[in-house]
Design a protein around this ligand. Structure first.
Ligand code: 7PJ
Length: 291
């Protein structure tokens, strides 16, 4: 089995170097009332429950997460838009607390330049944007902050993206979009070595589109950037297995294995300990010496 094309890559995350020579895990912490899987879990009267979050964050890190992804905007289809102030109120205290309490790279899941700047000051080590830094001012802010960036592909906007996703050729179009965003980043002064790409599973994609992207994730890995894959608990699992959200762990693990095998370097997941087992098994098979 071949490791990813970008094996050997590393990311410089505000004081920590993330080694991507084998796939690593990003644990998801959504500080929102309405995210599809952990929505409402961490918010009490509109504010983050910091004690509970710190316990969960430490548990995720102990279980094998190298990165924690913290977001204050739900991007599920039909989610209510969030204001800049609401996003700040939700995530900033979390960055402040977790940068003291836990030993992982903290990633911000946001498209909003002011939130990027504030989170970076409060300890963020990576910026993850489902809109690939296309919002006004986002790319400038990101380039100035000097953190690694994850560029994700999305067709359309969250509230309508799942209505009728359409592609002539999903692989070529996603790849073309990511190439354009990489060029924009490089022109803005972001080093190529600080860029991560992500096909955006479930963001303006039918089941068929998601499966094509997963089956040929090696093509994206071949672009020479580490690939992030977010498949955990997503609705493609429901379409394939009929399972409700709480019963999607087996499907999530199968998808995590396939993504890592096909070249993903960062797995964005809710179930960290279970995904860590998957990666242990994959690495053992990759490292076995066969005649
Ligand atoms: C993704 C994400 C993903 C990246 C979400 C959820 C839905 N960021 N943010 N990739 N999905 N980079 O919590 O699963 O797939 S929000």
């Amino acid at each position: 089995m071949k490791p990813s094309e970008s094996a050997g890559a590393s990311l410089r995350c505000a004081g920590t170097v993330l080694d991507l020579s084998t796939p690593i895990i990003m644990g998801v912490l959504n500080i929102t009332p309405d995210s599809f899987s952990d929505g409402g879990r961490w918010l009490v009267d509109g504010r983050a429950d910091l004690d509970a979050l710190c316990r969960e964050a430490v548990a995720m890190v102990d279980a094998g997460a190298s990165i924690l992804d913290i977001g204050g905007e739900s991007t599920r289809p039909g989610a209510t838009p969030v204001s800049e102030q609401q996003e700040l109120d939700r995530v900033l205290p979390v960055f402040e607390a977790l940068s003291r309490e836990c030993d992982a790279v903290l990633s911000l899941d946001s498209s909003t330049p002011a939130v990027m700047r504030a989170a970076a000051s409060a300890g963020a080590g990576l910026l993850n944007d489902v809109r690939a830094f296309a919002r006004d001012g986002a790319l400038e802010a990101a380039a100035e902050l000097g953190l690694p960036l994850c560029l994700m592909h999305m067709q359309g906007q969250p509230n309508t993206m799942q209505q009728a996703p359409q592609y002539q050729d999903v692989l070529t179009e996603v790849q073309g979009f990511l190439e354009l965003r990489v060029s924009a980043c490089v022109s803005a002064g972001v080093p190529r070595s600080q860029i991560v790409i992500d096909p955006g599973f479930g963001f303006g994609k039918t089941l068929e589109h998601n499966l094509s992207l997963l089956a040929r994730l090696d093509l994206l890995a071949g672009m020479g950037f580490p690939v992030m894959a977010g498949l955990s608990r997503k609705s493609l699992i429901a379409k394939l297995t009929g399972r409700e959200i709480d019963d999607r762990l087996p499907g999530s693990l199968a998808l995590a294995m396939l993504a890592a095998q096909n070249g993903a370097s960062i797995l964005r997941v809710h179930d960290v300990a279970e995904t860590a087992d998957v990666l242990r098994i994959l690495e053992a098979v990759r490292n076995v010496h066969t005649p």
